[in-house]
Design a protein around this ligand. Sequence first.
Ligand code: NAD
Ligand code: ZN
Ligand code: ZN
Length: 388
Amino acid sequence: MKAAVIHGPGSITCDTVEDPRIKDPHDIILKVTSTAICGSDLHMYSGGIPQPRPMVMGHEFMGIVEEVGQNITHLKIGDRVVVPFPISCGSCFFCQHDLPTACEHSNPEHYGPEGGLITEKGGALFGYTDLYGGYDGGQAQYVRVPYAHIGPRKVPENLSDEQVLFLTDIFPTGYTGVMWGNLKGGETVAIFGAGPVGSMSVKSAMLHNAKKIIVIDTQQYRLDQIKSLTGCDTILWKDAKEVIQQIRDLTDGRGADLCIDAVGFEPDRNILDRAKAVLNLEKGSIKVLEACMSAVRRGGIVSVLGVYPVNYDNFRLGQIFDKGITIRAGQCNVHPIIDQLLEYVQSGQVVLDDIITHRLSLEEVAKGYEIFDKKEDGCVKVVLDPWK
Ligand code: NAD
Ligand code: ZN
Ligand code: ZN
């Protein structure tokens, strides 16, 4: 089959690889009909989250069930499903506690940046490095979906692929950032990042009746897109202080009730050795997270959706304590909320596919990564068709 394979930083190509096979009675094989490139894939592409051997990329995908393992009873060949990006067994402590991203069975190896005295274990994602379980992803014609009795959700025939594809990741992720904010209605939400995740946060803040939504990005064209789709306020990031002051000016000097970091760790793209650029923890790389702490009001909440692959030990704890800030962070636990979010799409309360700017074939995957990474050609979200 054809698949997008990573060979090292900056190198993702459409290769011919072996078809996946059922390995466990709870597996299915999915024929992928649509798959997207995510900002999280860019962390692998940049070398920030390194992958030492070639691997099939992709954790945002959907398709038609091609083959079922013998223990799969609720799905049959021909069913059309979307698949949450975390791989969850459904039965371990964490899966039972609505924390599929911490599943103990799907990734028994240790992973993650040194978390202190003892590194945590667990948590697997499709197509997201050996550290996250080593599973091949869905930027391919076929993908093996483990624990298929837990993840895949059938989608109604009247909804197109593009209408539901983002239920796999970015809509639940954006929604989670807002959900963590405990909005009652009428609040001000500042969203850093007008990429796909930030855009989904805007849509989710609207579903939660936020009064004012302010979106901040370094890319004017992305701000223009989200403003034209939702009518939100926008601020072009030139300087952190200026952005924080503007947010205070819009909130009677207090700051936003909720700040969402939908940017994450940004490697220094001027350094040619990309791995070194990431490991060189210069202050600039977490400037968005620091801005969130300054732009949030006292007693406010900061949701960290952007990925931080490495530790940073010089954080302003004094400010966090003094302001009484609540911080929530992490990979999105898609499974507990995906059914409710599908209902929002079905009822027309939210539209997800209006952020798509590029539809490419899988063979054009290298171009897809390049324009998404470099923010060229007005690129916001790339969807790939493995069969074109
Ligand atoms: P993206 O890279 O397209 O979006 C990031 C945006 O941040 C871009 O529009 C970029 O211009 C903007 N940006 C860069 N520097 C900025 C600054 N100083 N101020 C304001 N904006 C700035 O990717 P995306 O798909 O939207 O993903 C965003 C982040 O969310 C990534 O780190 C990704 O890994 C992460 N993510 C997390 C989860 C999760 O489960 N928590 C899920 C999906 C994606
Ligand atoms: Zn993603
Ligand atoms: Zn589990």
